[in-house]
Design a protein around this ligand. Sequence first.
Ligand code: ATR
Length: 281
Amino acid sequence: MINADTRICCLIGDPVEHSLSPLVHNAGYQALGINYAYVSFRVSDIRQAVEGLRGLDIRGASVTIPHKTSAMKYLDRLDPLAERIGAVNTIVNDDGVLTGYNTDGDGAIKALEEVTTLEGKKAVLVGAGGAALAIAFGLKARGVKLVVLNRTGAKARELAQKVGAEGYGGLKLAEIASADILINATPVGMPPETDRSIIPGELLHNRLTVFDIVYNPRETRLLAEARERGRAVVYGDRMFLYQAAKQFELFTGLKGPLKAMESALAQALEGGGNVTNLDRR
Ligand code: ATR
């Protein structure tokens, strides 16, 4: 029950209507019986919104598109990883002191580790945006040899240089032949490009684990082609779940109750396509 003691957490972004974060976080609070509530705010002025977190003593915020970078300059502290990534997806308010974190890479790594080991493996990461960068740091920290491929070569090389990897433009797909892990970190596969995959199915060789960060639809064309060929697949909703669980822990100091959060997410995704991938992006 919401009362005078309820701690509030929130999502700030634009758009936010289709986000699954409120559902997943509130399911976690309910499962643990803690007096927290999570709401969404559609925010255009990020400076005012961040000041509002302080002014209203809101305990924590998830940050989504388009504020992940612009929010940083209004915070008091940055977790070193978020600083290196140059984007925050989480803000924690400790008595008016606001600290920014980034849980995207952590979520991606946990999702991958459900299916494969990482140390010493070679991964090909397709895409060079903010999500790709967070994942790239996570992979390098696990001792993965990383190759970044991106439509725009300059961005591939820039990202690769930041993390200590190789980067190529023009989607040098031949790199996949010697890879153990393939990750799509582009929006290709989500609406309106649900019938597209950047990677031709015949390149999905039998040693490859295939991970798509898109979670709407749950099974993208890339993952469907990988599964039909019998490859190990990692679904984007696992990354969403784990990044949310990490946020939950930062907000409450308690381990996110994965079972409850997972079943809320599964129900929402089964309920149809009225969700977007924006929440994590
Ligand atoms: P995010 O923060 O979610 O990573 P982003 O910063 O907009 O989003 O990055 C999107 C990535 O997907 C970029 O690497 C982009 O490639 P460009 O750098 O060439 O723009 C890639 N991307 C988006 N649409 C694509 C498409 N249709 N084909 C190939 N790559 C695409």
